[in-house]
Design a protein around this ligand. Structure first.
Ligand SMILES: *[C@@H]1O[C@H](CO)[C@@H](O)[C@H](O)[C@H]1NC(C)=O
Ligand SMILES: *[C@@H]1O[C@H](CO)[C@@H](O)[C@H](O)[C@H]1NC(C)=O
Ligand SMILES: *[C@@H]1O[C@H](CO)[C@@H](O)[C@H](O)[C@H]1NC(C)=O
Ligand SMILES: *[C@@H]1O[C@H](CO)[C@@H](O)[C@H](O)[C@H]1NC(C)=O
Ligand SMILES: *[C@@H]1O[C@H](CO)[C@@H](O)[C@H](O)[C@H]1NC(C)=O
Ligand SMILES: *[C@@H]1O[C@H](CO)[C@@H](O)[C@H](O)[C@H]1NC(C)=O
Ligand SMILES: *[C@@H]1O[C@H](CO)[C@@H](O)[C@H](O)[C@H]1NC(C)=O
Ligand SMILES: *[C@@H]1O[C@H](CO)[C@@H](O)[C@H](O)[C@H]1NC(C)=O
Ligand SMILES: *[C@@H]1O[C@H](CO)[C@@H](O)[C@H](O)[C@H]1NC(C)=O
Length: 676
């Protein structure tokens, strides 16, 4: 972050640039005490001591919004009814004193999503209104507020102003649940807000088009963009307000904040994706490599079971995956330490302390993987089945890359236009179907300039079947099969009879035509079809584009046959990215590749061997592996941070120690080809 100051120098007026680093630009660790009203009796000194020994240097404390833990004078905040139980009458000041005595940075958690019914009845124009004209009520006699109304747009700045003027040493803010309240805590769907502010803003935005009620209306996708826009705009306003009034304080929130926020949690009734934290941090970092990310790891199950501790092995994965992609870890509990017995806090603390101990290694960490895997965007798909198929395809490819240790970043589909594509040598599009025309153009341009694209599954085509991506090795889509029965007894196999190929395109495997599959006496006769390849690779400009015309990742994920993984790797071999190292280790390990401020290559090895249906259980020890240095082997040194020891480098091969839960290998002397 650069700020510029005009200074009057002896020789006249000069403009100098002052490099004023903000605290959140260095790696940090946070602990959140998410307080219930009854936690007003918190022993701030004991908690502060706990936070320090946990390895954290930042403390996120509940301050205001729905419930103020300080003697607010504003009529639209409710004071914690137990506040008088504290001798000082002010939990926030007590917390600040305890934090300052230990040089802990104190951040304030605010929640503007709801107000007490008394306040809501005085200001009905602030409230969320369902399509059925009802308010949204919650436990504690609370009503939901709408982000487009005056409470969010104006009154919260009064609250922030009061908090900032009373506690000017706050180091930052986090705002909880800043959204449009379509769902309540019971997961009831209430629909799109129809309050008067929303009606007015929507008219300005969409003219005569009626405000949708929910996803079943065709204008809903547009409303999503509209409402996201309101939140993003509001986030920037809050950020600017804080920057103006408290320049040393940062805002933790979504797009537009100083620190991008992600909460890692687990919930009943939701499928587990074991790489969720790693994936999310990666998609933030691939778009904005220098914007800090905070991963708040919930030590409890989501919503309805918030007093139930998370499984320890699962909990530590949140922290590990976060730091492996360059995010700042945060431990998040309900209440204060010692109030509810959370398992896994000591294991989490070990990772926090590790991150602190190696602060220097984590400074300026940014991804350098040369392969980008695009994460499908739901709004880009016609219906949810198609989206889920793309997501499955993506997850199967994610697994393939992870298990075969091809370092990669995740690029969110909606960020294709704002991501620096030049940093990548290979980009994979998993069954995305129709792309935005501008994205297709950007990708074709990138291929022409030397990029190597791999497209799987469904492709976008024009009315006459011409592929949207001109770089693909295909002129026209002749057929599209979506009914599984159409593909029963279809195989692809290595080509048996060589045929002439034109120079710019090569084909891998050939389809075998249909043959009976029952009864067993008659299951033979599948013949190679010469002009139906399993994949094609085309040269386009200085680059290449490969097409695998079936969902190879989904096949791997759903059937589990590694032949699909192998086939994808066969195609990837044709377009392979030039990485500085090659890691050989058990496939249960996830490898991430970053570089830090000191130009050290930082490789995280995370043992993911304990995956179970809903979480991680006990992990298995992993036998020693190795890393082969592929670039500039002269003067290369390597060390393991977990063991704090130097590793032998022999003939360009680094021998790794056996892996327990994780390790971080730091290599110096590797040529960094692309520094950006
Ligand atoms: C915290 O400890 C300090 C120093 O011992 C003490 O002065 C202060 O009163 C304590 N705070 C509270 C709220 O007990
Ligand atoms: C919300 O209000 C409805 C209608 O009065 C009531 O049945 C329901 O229990 C309330 N919900 C909560 C969470 O208080
Ligand atoms: C509105 O009320 C109707 C009738 O009670 C109900 O079926 C519908 O789900 C409600 N709509 C929303 C968006 O809550
Ligand atoms: C949304 O869908 C509902 C149910 O089909 C319909 O009654 C309503 O008129 C639709 N609203 C808009 C704005 O299309
Ligand atoms: C959604 O897409 C799938 C796959 O293309 C298709 O089979 C299904 O009919 C579609 N459903 C709807 C409601 O359009
Ligand atoms: C290879 O080509 C020959 C001659 O065209 C043909 O008879 C044979 O069936 C082909 N083999 C396969 C596996 O398709
Ligand atoms: C890192 O490498 C770049 C490019 O080679 C070089 O300009 C820079 O000085 C190096 N930084 C450090 C800290 O070694
Ligand atoms: C993974 O963790 C298990 C369980 O601790 C451990 O036994 C195994 O050695 C680890 N494997 C690796 C590669 O770290
Ligand atoms: C690692 O080992 C070196 C040398 O033995 C020691 O000086 C250093 O303090 C250790 N670092 C950490 C973070 O333990």
């Amino acid at each position: 972050m650069h700020t510029y100051k005009l200074v009057q120098g002896l020789a006249g007026l000069g403009l100098i640039s002052v490099c004023q680093a903000k605290w959140w630009e260095s790696p940090f660790r946070m602990f959140q005490t998410n307080l219930r009203t009854i936690d007003i009796d918190m022993d701030v000194n004991a908690t502060a001591d706990y936070i320090l020994q946990h390895g954290a240097g930042a403390w996120l404390q509940s301050i205001g919004g729905i419930i103020a833990n300080y003697p607010t004078e504003l009529e639209f905040q409710m004071r914690n009814p137990y506040l008088d139980q504290r001798p000082s009458g002010d939990l926030v000041q007590d917390t600040m004193d305890a934090a300052q005595a230990r040089e802990i940075r104190l951040l304030g958690r605010m929640d503007f999503s709801k107000v007490h019914r008394d306040i809501g009845e005085r200001h009905p124009e602030w409230l969320y209104v369902s399509p059925n004209q009802t308010w949204q009520n919650h436990t504690g006699n609370l009503l939901s507020v709408c982000p487009s109304g005056d409470y969010y747009q104006e009154r919260i700045f009064d609250i922030l102003e009061e908090v900032i003027s009373w506690y000017p040493d706050l180091a930052g803010f986090f705002v909880n649940w800043a959204g449009f309240n379509e769902n309540d805590y019971f997961r009831n769907y209430w629909g799109v807000c129809h309050c008067s502010s929303c009606q007015r803003r929507w008219r300005d935005h969409a003219g005569d088009v009626e405000l949708p009620d929910g996803p079943w209306n065709s204008t809903y996708a547009e409303w999503k963009l509209f409402s996201d826009g309101i939140i993003n705009e509001w986030t920037v306003q809050v950020r600017d307000f804080i920057a103006e009034h408290l320049p040393e304080a940062g805002l933790i929130l979504g797009t537009g904040a100083d620190i991008t926020f992600h909460e890692s949690n687990n919930a009943l009734g939701r499928d587990m994706w074991h790489h969720a934290t790693s994936e999310t941090v990666s998609r933030f970092k691939s778009q904005k490599p220098t914007t800090p990310v905070l991963v708040n790891a919930a030590s409890f199950l989501d919503h309805a079971y918030r007093i139930n501790g998370e499984e320890t092995n699962n909990f530590v994965q949140y922290h590990l995956q976060a730091i492996s992609r360059g995010a700042n870890p945060s431990t998040y509990i309900i209440g204060y330490p010692g109030r509810i017995p959370w398992p896994g806090l000591e294991e989490a603390a070990e990772i926090m302390r590790f991150h602190k101990q190696w602060q220097e290694v984590y400074t300026g960490l940014r991804p350098i993987a040369k392969t980008g895997l695009v994460l499908p965007r739901s709004a880009q798909r016609e219906n949810s089945t198609e989206y889920e198929q793309s997501l499955n395809e993506y997850q199967g490819i994610y697994k393939t890359l992870q298990e075969t240790h091809i370092p990669f970043d995740v690029i969110a589909q909606q960020n294709i236009g704002t991501t620096e594509l030049e940093r990548y040598e290979v980009i994979i599009l998993p069954d995305l179907g129709q792309l935005l025309p501008e994205d297709a153009q950007d990708l074709d341009d990138w291929v022409e300039a030397g990029g190597r694209l791999v497209v799987t599954g469904e492709i976008g085509v024009d009315d006459d079947g011409t592929p949207q991506l001109q770089s693909l090795p295909a002129e026209r889509r002749l057929e599209f099969h979506n009914d599984p029965r159409d593909l029963w007894s279809t195989y692809i196999a290595p080509q048996q009879n060589r045929t002439e190929e034109d120079d710019s395109t090569s084909y891998l495997y050939r389809k075998l035509g249909f043959a009976p599959f029952a009864p067993p006496e008659f299951i033979f006769g599948n013949r190679q079809i010469d002009d139906e390849p399993g994949a094609g690779v085309n040269t386009y400009g200085s680059g290449k584009a490969a097409l695998i015309p079936f969902p190879v990742g989904r096949s791997y994920r759903e059937v589990g046959l590694s032949i699909f993984r192998d086939f994808l790797n066969l195609v990837l071999d044709e377009v392979v990215a030039q990485e500085p190292v090659e890691v050989s280790i058990a496939e249960q390990v996830e490898v991430t590749l970053n570089v830090n401020r000191n130009n050290e290559t930082v490789i995280h090895l995370v043992n993911m061997s304990g995956q179970r249906r809903m979480n991680f259980g006990a992990y298995l020890p992993i036998p020693a592996g190795s890393i082969r240095v592929l670039r500039g082997t002269e003067g290369v040194t390597a060390r393991s941070l977990r063991g704090n020891m130097t590793l032998d480098v022999e003939d360009g091969v680094i021998k790794l120690p056996g892996l327990d839960l994780f390790d971080v290998i730091v290599i110096t002397g590797l040529e960094q080809v692309d520094q950006n």
